[in-house]
Design a protein. Sequence first.
Length: 291
Amino acid sequence: MDMDLNSLSPYIRVAWDSTIYPPVNITERIIFDYELMFVKEGECEVTVEGHKYHGAPGDLFLFKPNQVHSIYLLNGQPLRQPHLHFDLFYRPDSPEVKVSFKPHAMLTEQEKQWIRPDVLAEMDDPLPNHIRLNKPAVIEQLIQEIIFEFDRKFPYYETTAKGLFIQLWVLLLREIHWQRNAHLHSNWEQLERVKNYLAHPTDHDLTLDELAALANMSKYYLCRLFKKAYGMTPIQYHVSIRLEKAKQMIQFTDQSLTQIADELGFQSIHAFSRTFRKWEGQSPSAYRKKK
């Protein structure tokens, strides 16, 4: 499953734009929470659970709770690394938890209690540790804005930083989504054309053949891409648009349900009621009574 973004309530523990100077390295350790580390200047070799990654300017690293990792500087140059430590979901002990620089064997019993569950492991396609960003400037700007809030500590800075972090997290999820679904990105113009077309004619059914002609691709490929992009097929999306209009008409007009069904191009009041109940979990008449 994917994480529920509606319940996302991040707690940002640390927001620093710091630089590591040779000969200092971050030797093998685990952390209690999550960390996002942006490589601003310099290069590094990052090892996570035995996997080695080369970090260059513009790269982003995501370290997860209880993940063994280390960071070694390369070429004898400093490593500037704006970074955030955070819980994705606020917990009662969130303000008490510190940043760890220890291997697991050296943790106290109290520190072991601070290790968060890795909620990202529950995702169908978990996020990687190393992310080579297509648009690093946008991600870096949001990280720097969060750091600015923590540095200045203006009134309500923590709430402001939380809002900025949610923007950052969604941008990151979107970036990874595009990287993993390059075929969607290359066909996005056609998908948007179909989506916009579906939003307008609400008074009749549409066919996959006419939508495929509009997109200049086979209807089977269109259905697969559209569902991957929007979570439903083109026909399902069109039905949802028509039912949203039906709900507005039921709620804000005195037209009969038969008139509404006819205006929206359903074959009969029965077909309209059947579709409405399937999608909304109640009949049109029951929905109208809630006005």
